[in-house]
Ligand binder design. Sequence first.
Ligand code: GLV
Ligand code: MN
Ligand code: MN
Length: 405
Amino acid sequence: MWGELESIGRHAGSGGYRRFAWTGADTDCRAWFRAQAEARGLTLELDRNGNQWAWLGDPAAGDAVVTGSHLDSVPDGGAFDGPLGVVSSFAALDELRGRNARFTKPLAIVNFGDEEGARFGLACVGSRLTAGELTVEQAHRLTDADGITLPQAMEAAGHDPDAIGADPERLGRIGAFVELHVEQGRALDLTGDRVGVASAIWPHGRWRFDFRGEANHAGTTRLMDRRDPMLSYAETVLAARREAQLAGAVATFGKISVEPNGVNAIPSLVRGWLDSRAADQATLDTVVHGIEKAAREYADAHGIHLDVVRESFTPVVEFEHALRDEIARLLGKEDGGKSAHLNVPVLGTGAGHDAGILSGSIPTAMLFVRNPTGVSHSPAEYAAEDDCVAGVTALADVLEGLACK
Ligand code: GLV
Ligand code: MN
Ligand code: MN
């Protein structure tokens, strides 16, 4: 499976993946998913929001056990964030068939569309729409950097944008969703464990800061006469670091656009996107307010007009305890289940996931596979083959425990 995915959307220069929603690379990933489903005799469904489902058993029977993740990527992403969950799901099904497992519940493997939000700026569009966390009107307003709207991009890729919307009936058929993911930190490396279970996802959001000044000549405009929005932006980036450090949170300006973007012109507009996350809502609010306050002070001092727009927000997610504990018990089986809770590390994370979005509608849980460097959202993202295999075995144990009892 990895061999087939390896070249899809890979940039020759960076070695990273550029698998953005509703592009050619995304279409190729979807074709791969379809082929995997067909090779296993699974029934493929494309839902109204463009998520792919591969079913074993009758979806209408209800109380289904669902696993999977996403195949899209951030700009120059790694191989594992998303695909590890999908590949491991197919491999876990193969493992269960090898064990002659008898399924008593329907099982599905899912590929959620547009998890990273790299193209339209909002993460988890496929699962948010399905869960009713994103309205059709909001989705129709999403636009990429070239001015192409989400409906236009969907249509160009052959998907009907008028069909999108909440899908409570589909979610109502699911008893549990378990997403396996590469860890995006080093907690498992530090404890020496191959696999862990998720406890919670930090609240997180994205804010757009528009600093508007005055375009002018870089050679002839005296420093005292300038209204340069880049200065206010730069000072805001430093303020973000300070506020995050003070609060024990994180804050990142990782994307910027500049107009007119000429080397010999003072900019008229600097647009920077803030991503900030913290362990709790109050801390996150404090950090973001602190950054915005500093930005306004700097902007006022330099004659800059500032607009701040919250583009997305995901509240804290506490994964359902009953499912999490059941999974910890299933993974402790080799010890007779006695010390299960001690054997499986339970980790929080600052990364967003479809499992977090769906947790408001259905019981969800996550498994993490060790990442020896913790690096993610980068071509350097890595998980060792042995650890990936341990992840597949763990996922198979969990699915067997949930769907074959
Ligand atoms: C998704 O990976 C996110 O946490 O931004
Ligand atoms: Mn990611
Ligand atoms: Mn991911």
